[in-house]
Design a protein around this ligand. Structure first.
Ligand code: HEC
Length: 148
């Protein structure tokens, strides 16, 4: 009896950090967990990727299934999912709108990228860091999704 209890709690404890690691830290994580964790684990999105449009559709469909939150909550969740469960984006060829949607840039920042690549294509991340009007730190969380 006692040993099975110890075993059960050991199994439980070993699962907790695994889940905590799987959901990336970032703005919107707790809103996502609170709003989306009620019917299924919030880890249902792990392993999935999508564009902003795809995540917007998923969130809309969960809303119609009964997910409860404010408009702002759902906006925050779409941003969180797009940022941390997003798709690869080629900064040499993606239209400005895709840079805005999927890399969470302003349209001024996307235009700055387009202007710079029209002069010469980016070879790597250090080229991107030289773009006037772009704060490269903003791209840190999505660095692994950026392609050249
Ligand atoms: C009221 C209950 C409920 C809430 C709250 C909820 N979901 Fe779901 N979710 C479901 C059900 C039921 C399914 C299974 C649907 C199916 O198999 O078509 C599902 C499936 C999913 C799937 C996998 C299938 C797919 O459509 O890709 C994802 C991803 C998902 N939910 C994301 C979310 C997100 C993000 C939120 C928060 C905005 C959320 N869910 C909140 C009920 C809910």
């Amino acid at each position: 009896m006692k040993s099975s209890l110890v075993l059960a709690s050991a199994v439980f404890l070993s699962l907790v950090p695994m889940h905590a690691q799987s959901l990336p830290e970032g703005p919107g994580k707790s809103t996502f967990e609170n709003t989306c964790g009620g019917c299924h684990g919030a880890d249902i999105v792990i392993g999935q990727t999508g564009t902003r449009d795809v995540w917007q559709d998923t969130v809309d469909s969960m809303r119609s299934r009964g997910a409860l939150g404010t408009d702002d909550d759902f906006k925050t969740i779409v941003n969180y999912l797009t940022m941390y469960f997003g798709v690869p984006v080629n900064v040499n060829s993606a239209p400005a709108k895709e840079l805005v949607d999927n890399l969470n840039l302003t349209s001024a920042e996307a235009d700055a990228i387009v202007k710079a690549r029209d002069k010469s294509k980016f070879k790597d991340y250090s080229d991107l860091a030289k773009v006037d009007g772009l704060d490269i730190k903003k791209l840190d969380p999505v660095k692994s999704r950026i392609k050249f």
